[in-house]
Design a protein around this ligand. Structure first.
Ligand code: PMP
Length: 296
């Protein structure tokens, strides 16, 4: 798999794309990033991703390079890659400077774009559904590092997926400090009860997933009832279906749940234990909307 890196405007193979150790992204996770994918070579929802990058940057007071520069560099890296379809990671660190936490010590932001051929989850995962673990580590409270900011400090998610994998699950579901479900380590979560699609509200402290938003839109356009409301784990055990959404997974069903730290951790089957019709339908509606060229 060939990765192409755009480091401050220079296109390099990863082994030559070196970032100084004094970069604050390395020292403190003081950076923001986005992950996009292309469909038929075109970055999906580019302007929404750049909006979210700007939102993340403004939450941590990081001055981004010009949006037009980021757009040009993404396009240049993509076309140099020659990939049919690509995974694109756009990172901006606060740059280098004298040692010390104060952001004022940094020089200028560093833009890094990483492009590699798109690799998607195996079709078997959609056929069997994911096994998710409700993990002991909690989602950052929005008053700490707000989960709405997609920063280079992803340790909260790293810990969650580590706990899930140690328990034999594919991924983690985070609860917040009030025991309410929030999201997964790198995906949003939904459940279905009596044909109503439910997902936690953004105000609860979670990333505003671009796929999440799009799935809500296509569901509502198809007259499917969608509610954004807080729920505890009981809603998952009683759900007819559970599924996750993300850029790379689109809409992926969840068929097993493990409750770490509880007396009967499981795994418990979700609904009838096989992928349900709503997840499949929403994935089809989502893909049809992408194919129509919506939200490019
Ligand atoms: N939540 C978290 C914590 C994530 O990292 C991601 C992936 N960016 C998502 C949700 C899904 O967001 P999107 O649909 O924009 O990929």
């Amino acid at each position: 798999m060939s990765i192409l890196v755009n480091l401050g405007g220079r296109l390099l193979p990863p082994e030559q794309a070196l970032v100084p150790v004094l970069d604050r992204g390395f020292l403190y996770g003081d950076s923001v990033y986005e992950v996009l994918r292309t469909y038929a070579g075109v970055p999906f929802a580019l302007s929404q991703h750049l909006d979210r990058l700007e939102g993340s940057a403004s939450r941590i007071g990081l001055a981004l390079p010009l949006r037009s520069l980021i757009e040009t560099e993404i396009a240049r890296t993509l076309s140099a890659s020659g990939n049919a379809d690509s995974y694109i990671r756009v990172m901006v660190t606060r740059g280098e400077g004298t040692f010390g936490l104060a952001p004022s010590l940094s020089d200028e932001p560093r833009l890094v774009i990483l492009v590699r051929p798109l690799e998607l989850p195996a079709p078997e995962l959609y056929a069997r559904g994911l096994h998710l673990a409700i993990v002991p580590v909690r989602r950052n409270d929005p008053r700490t590092l707000d989960p709405k900011a997609k920063t280079g400090n992803y340790l909260n998610s790293v810990l969650a997926i580590a706990q899930a994998r140690a328990a034999g699950a594919d991924d983690a579901i985070f609860l917040d400090l009030k025991d309410r479900i929030t999201e997964c380590s790198s995906a949003n979560i939904f459940f279905v009860k009596e044909s109503v699609v439910v997902t936690p509200p953004l105000t609860q402290g979670l990333l505003a997933g671009i796929t999440r938003g799009r799935v809500i839109d296509v569901a509502r356009a198809a007259k499917i009832l969608v509610r954004e409301e807080p729920h505890g784990t009981g809603a998952l055990t009683q759900a007819d279906e559970v599924f996750v959404t993300s850029t790379l997974r689109e809409v992926m069903p969840v068929t097993r749940l493990t409750f770490l730290g509880e007396s009967a951790p499981g795994p418990h089957a979700v609904g009838s234990g096989v992928p349900g019709p709503m997840a499949l339908r929403l994935r089809e509606l989502f893909r049809a909307s992408v194919a129509r060229g919506e939200m490019q």
